[in-house]
Design a protein around this ligand. Structure first.
Ligand code: AQP
Length: 328
């Protein structure tokens, strides 16, 4: 029997899920269910590496699971659970941490950026080790992520190789799956920086659950430039190029074809077309989200964690045996 390749990815339940998360990674999560064995996880242990309110966090965690279910993550086809409820993630992270040179962690750009904003802590520093453990725990082949996770993925590959060289072949070497278009969706208010959940300005991001009027307003007020031609040029025209990427990733129409269509239409017409496409993309997700019940979702996630613990244990037993920590 042919065994399918395995996909793993995670989403932090920190605040609202935006169109960058969706087009950079989550849209692929859904389509990968058709041809891969898929393991998806709401990575709540990662999310507590920055300041948070536990009461709000509990709600955000369920909300993140609901958005993913509403998008089309199907617990019948994917393993789907909260990271904290499968303790093997943390155990493997510790083991990998013992073979992670601190010099490598010191080079992680996301750590430097976040530590400057929210303060340094050990969890934030070792975040890429936990991410490596997430990926390696189920021996994933492919990891759909946005461009900002490229460096972390490289580190996961490096740790898998270090482990295999020292203890024998246990891990597959995972590949990142980073889309050609929309791997780095930029802020709508400052197209020089990545769209980010932690941006304090709500106008900087379109949220997956935004109502049509909000999507319209945000896209129409997106920062562009004073030269009116619609062209793809991320250096000279980062705002328009960002909108072209959004439209192309939502519709599947190439950027060249979109440029042909809107080159001389003016920014007003182009922005309206982008807003219409995004509204259409997100409308069914919002409807499906409203239909989901928190208690049902909590039960689903509990069941997902039970299944994931059993599956993870089979892999983790091999890791323990390899490093001399067999259960006796
Ligand atoms: N702007 C983006 N464009 C494309 N992909 C993106 N991703 C994040 N931002 C963009 C991808 O979304 C997936 C889930 O991200 P996460 O929940 O792990 O959060 P993050 O990478 O830390 O990015 P956020 O959502 O913007 O949060 P903050 O404010 O903390 O930086 C990942 O695959 C990520 O690559």
């Amino acid at each position: 029997m042919e065994t399918r390749q395995k996909v793993f990815s995670g989403l932090q339940p920190t605040g609202n899920i935006h169109i960058g998360n969706y087009l950079g990674a989550l849209k692929n999560w859904v389509s990968f269910q058709d041809s891969y064995e898929t393991v998806y996880c709401v990575v709540d242990l990662h999310a507590i590496t920055v300041p948070y309110d536990p009461v709000e966090f509990k709600k955000d965690r369920i909300a993140a699971a609901k958005v993913l279910l509403a998008m089309g993550i199907d617990p019948e086809r994917s393993m789907f659970y909260f990271q904290s409820q499968v303790p093997q993630h943390a155990e493997l992270s510790w083991i990998l941490g013992t073979m992670t040179p601190t010099g490598v962690l010191n080079r992680m750009t996301q750590y430097k950026e976040k530590a400057d904003k929210v303060g340094a802590n050990l969890g934030l520093y070792s975040y890429p080790v936990l991410m490596a453990a997430d990926i390696l725990l189920f021996n994933a082949d492919l990891v759909p992520v946005g461009d900002d996770q490229r460096q972390h993925l490289e580190m996961a590959r490096d740790l898998a190789e270090r482990f295999n060289n020292r203890f024998g072949e246990v891990f597959h070497i995972p590949e990142a799956y980073i889309p050609d278009v929309s791997a780095r969706i930029m802020s709508l208010t400052d197209p020089q920086v990545k769209m980010s959940k932690s941006d304090a300005n709500p106008k900087s991001m379109v949220l997956v659950l935004d109502v049509p009027d909000a999507i319209n307003k945000k896209i129409k007020s997106a920062v562009t430039d004073s030269d009116p031609g619609v062209r793809y040029d991320p250096t000279e025209k980062p705002g328009i190029s960002n909108l072209l990427e959004i439209m192309s990733a939502c519709t599947g129409v190439s950027i060249d074809a979109l440029v042909d269509e809107y080159a001389t239409s003016g920014y007003g017409v182009f922005k309206q077309a982008v807003a219409d496409v995004v509204i259409e993309e997100f409308a069914p997700i919002r409807v499906a989200y409203e239909r989901l019940d928190d208690a049902d979702v909590a039960r689903m996630m509990h069941k997902g964690a039970l299944d994931a613990r059993i599956a993870a244990e089979a892999y983790q037993a091999k890791v323990r045996a390899a490093v001399g920590l067999d259960r006796i």
